[in-house]
Ligand binder design. Sequence first.
Ligand code: OFO
Length: 170
Amino acid sequence: MKKTVATLLNQQVNKELYSAYLYLEFNNMLADMGLAGFAHWLRIQVMEERDHAMLFYDYLHHNNQKVELEAIEQPKTEAKTVMQILQASLEHEEFITDSIHNIYEAALKEKDYRTKGFLDWFVKEQGEEENNFHTLIDKVKILGEDTKGLYVLDRELATRVYVAPSLTIT
Ligand code: OFO
């Protein structure tokens, strides 16, 4: 594996762990607001981000690359309301999508078709991640951000079930 690709994959481990940390902060804020269903939904998102980090980590090991674990930044957010949390989450996913596309470009440039194949799953996954937050934002718009609207959606979000990633490193 070329150094440029390995470095970007290594950085992605940190970005995915930061994603988990950011969503843990949102889980924290939502739990404090008494929105247990929203908090639960974000808690599952934390688990998915941890899974993503581990997939990049395992992929690097599988390709005999050294992984360097870097410090995970403190999550910083200006979001205060439910809608602001969801919008900040969507913006973060768009940032992660760009980051994955950037590695994809580097892999193609280096003719690293194995990494390209690995990243195909993430390209699709990012479509789902962005769509999940778009859908939630739409639902909050429809139901309203008043206590009754949030109560209805909170009950629905409490039913989210964790599903392990379909991708495995072999
Ligand atoms: Fe790992 O997909 Fe969200 O950030």
